[in-house]
Write a protein that binds this ligand. Structure first.
Ligand code: PLP
Length: 422
């Protein structure tokens, strides 16, 4: 491995200190150094962000943007939310990292609050969304083998075409996006795929060995795909009738993003387990969790699963502040109201270039006709107008601003988007 000889980084850091070294890197140097030393698993927009405040970010040259990527829904509270930062700073003055070898009151209070917020009986804290989904998969398999009576090694999980649940080997094994699993074989067996939005297909796919149905209530990475009305409730009905666990992956749609605390609440579709992440970290710190029924989470025995950082006191303090902010500021109501404004504001774009504007709450997709070029082609024009956003799935631009964005900011952002996409 070549050290960063090009820059002599360690010497520079020792001489100038961290802030000055970071500050001194120009736009071009930041791009070049990142390309040199970071594996190329992303294709970032060529913008170097130096500061964030609420719904806005600034780049090296001082240009201001509305952050409509919103860290893929993780920035529900906006950049540097004061209450979340204050809770973190206060916690940092006591204790931040303990391991699960001991108890902390922070974790007890956090999980009690989280269960109440989610109408769940038990929770298990993790760090990333991927880990939350992995944890739910393990719980479902163990539940099937030890409670449902599925023969060992035979548990199956049904997922949907176009799913996105993270990047671990088990999870990419049932991704229908070829790039996500090609070259990473051998893949994990035990998953079957049905079309998204088709409840009868789930009913047909269930076998005596089916442990769970794992779905996003709205496929976000898949292109902001909202299933037909009645789908969520129908999936719930089928799972109950066939003794199959229903797991909603609310990592991206959860915590007020779609105008409800959780997207499944748009219908009568309460899950047996939910995977949570992103916004639970208050825009500050990775915090994720699985929540659900006691008889499902209860199948884990000491040693079955774990995480060094999962449930650390700092994460719990941040998660608690994130929940409280969400309640205090009724972020679900804001998302519903402002989401309608955003969709209505972008609707006039539908025509020669734009095929559809869709979404729920402040999770909005603008899909371009295949003949009109890709969504990524539009990013430079949007940047020129002070809008930072990203394509999802070739033809669709995603708009997921912080839920704390003001009405004035949103109106201004809509005007800029319309100019850029006209
Ligand atoms: N599940 C869903 C629905 C997601 O959208 C994502 C990330 O975008 C994940 C899981 C994975 O979360 P993380 O990137 O925090 O591991």
């Amino acid at each position: 491995m070549t050290p960063t000889t090009k820059t002599g980084m360690l010497d520079r850091l020792l001489k100038d200190g961290i802030p000055a070294t970071v500050e001194a890197l120009s736009h071009e140097e930041t791009l070049a150094l990142t390309d040199e030393v970071c594996a190329h698993n992303y294709h970032p927009i060529p913008v170097v962000i130096t500061r964030g405040e609420g719904a806005e970010v600034w780049d090296k040259e001082g240009n201001r943007y509305y952050d409509m990527v919103g860290c893929y829904s993780a920035l529900a509270h906006g950049h540097r939310n004061y209450a979340v930062m204050k809770a973190a700073l206060e916690q940092m003055q006591r204790v931040t990292l303990t391991s699960r070898a001991v108890y902390t009151a922070e974790m007890a209070v956090f999980l009690a609050a989280l269960c109440e917020f989610c109408d769940a009986e038990m929770a298990l804290p993790m760090n990333s969304g991927t880990e939350a989904v992995e944890t739910a998969i393990k719980l479902a398999r163990k539940w099937a083998h030890t409670v449902k009576g599925v023969p060992r090694g035979k548990a199956e999980i049904i997922a949907a075409e176009g799913n996105f649940h993270g990047r671990s080997i088990a999870i990419v094994s049932f991704s229908t996006e070829d790039q996500y699993h090609e070259g990473f074989e051998p893949l994990t067996p035990g998953f079957s795929i049905v079309p998204f939005g088709d409840a009868p297909a789930i009913e047909r796919a269930i076998t005596p060995n089916t442990a769970a149905v794992l779905l996003e209530p709205i496929q976000a990475e898949g292109g902001i795909i909202v299933p037909p009305p009645g789908y969520l409730a129908e999936v719930r009905r089928i799972c109950t009738e066939r003794n199959v666990l229903l797991i909603w992956d609310e990592v991206q749609t959860g915590f007020s993003r779609t105008g409800r605390r959780f997207a499944w609440q748009w219908e009568d579709a309460k899950p047996d387990m939910m995977a949570l992440g992103k916004a639970l970290g208050g825009g500050l710190y990775p915090v994720s969790a699985v929540v659900g029924r006691r008889d499902v989470l209860g199948v884990f025995q000491p040693g079955d699963h774990g995480s060094t950082f999962g449930g650390n006191p700092l994460a719990c303090a941040v998660g608690l502040a994130a929940l409280m902010e969400m309640l205090r500021h009724r972020l679900d109501e804001r998302a519903e109201e402002l989401g309608a404004v955003l969709r209505e504001g972008l609707q006039p774009l539908v025509g020669d270039q734009v095929k559809e504007v869709r979404g729920k709450g402040l999770l909005v997709g603008v899909e371009f006709h295949a003949s009109a070029g890709t969504a990524r082609d539009r990013i430079p024009k949007l940047l020129d107008r002070g809008i930072l956003t990203k394509d999802t799935h070739q033809q669709t631009l995603r708009f997921a601003p912080p839920l704390t964005i003001s009405r004035e900011q949103l109106d201004d952002a809509i005007r800029r988007i319309r100019e850029a996409l006209a």
